[in-house]
Write a protein that binds this ligand. Sequence first.
Ligand SMILES: NC(=O)c1ccc[n+]([C@@H]2O[C@H](COP(=O)([O-])OP(=O)(O)OC[C@H]3O[C@@H](n4cnc5c(N)ncnc54)[C@H](O)[C@@H]3O)[C@@H](O)[C@H]2O)c1
Length: 321
Amino acid sequence: MADIKGKNVLITGGAGFIGSHLADLLLERGAGKVVIVDNYFLGKPENNRFAQENFENFKIYRDDARDFGTMQAIVAGESIEVVFNLATIALNYSFFNPYTAYKVNVDIAETLLRLLKDGAYQTLIHSSSSEAYGTARYSPMDEAHPLNPTTPYAAGKAAADLMILSFYQVYGLDISILRPFNNYGPRQNDLALAAIIPLTARRILNGEAPILEGTGLQTRDFIFVKDTARAFLTTYEREAARGEIINVGSGREISMKDLVGAIARYFDYSGPIDYRPARPADVQRLCASAELAKTLIGFEPEYDFERGLKETLDWYKEKYL
Ligand SMILES: NC(=O)c1ccc[n+]([C@@H]2O[C@H](COP(=O)([O-])OP(=O)(O)OC[C@H]3O[C@@H](n4cnc5c(N)ncnc54)[C@H](O)[C@@H]3O)[C@@H](O)[C@H]2O)c1
């Protein structure tokens, strides 16, 4: 079992939603140094306030993780041993700039693989996404489910996964891939490109009607962000995870309609819903099989959806009121 204590760790996308929670967790668990690289495309300085105020061994680089020279210098300069790759540009960006939405995933993975292959650091834990699967052909979806990405973002995620796995096969590098389903929790971006929970919370708190795209019957599997952060750490610790792709989900499916209903109930909102046309190529159904995470690395979520949603909405309420 690998131990994070004393290890020098780099998190790409560490000023983002999941990356900032992962940084906090690794610092609390005794990592030697936690370095984040974020270009602040969606990341926010306030996401790292806890880490900055409480840990001297936390360091921020405002840089582009695609750039090989930059990453080479940071990895060498900080004596990095483990990299958690979480940087990406949100799915919704696929509809504005499909090229970058695709390519950023591939380019960062390539840079990190080159450094790993050169021996610049030892272990890469990479974040894929359930979006790489596309709409469920069967449910729950295990890791053998076919890849059928329906957006450029998802195609970039799938492409990066395949490239990373090929480097594991050919060079035997120390690599694991996590495939999180939909995350939610405090700090999730609630402005441009926001996902449904923060967007709905913000609209209701601003006196606007919540939006439902399409029928609202699309389903997702939601996992609380602190559980996902723990899944990343556990994957590092368990060497059985090397060379594997592992789902991180709850195994429970929730429709967008039910989700918006639950958020409306929390805020005592009984006004209208703003129905909009379906998003192009929207995935219709996602539900994880969480079996491999349980059997291979002993990971199970601690938060059920009701508890996680309350903690999340309490946080947005405090932020806005
Ligand atoms: N949030 C979810 O529901 C979800 C679901 C499945 C998978 N994931 C994956 O988890 C990871 C983290 O997602 P998140 O929700 O925290 O997203 P996020 O947008 O909050 O965080 C991503 C971070 O990457 C940064 N970034 C973007 N391009 C960069 C670049 N070129 N160089 C350096 N930093 C860059 C952004 O500024 C941002 O802070 C991503 O890989 C994402 O695909 C997220």
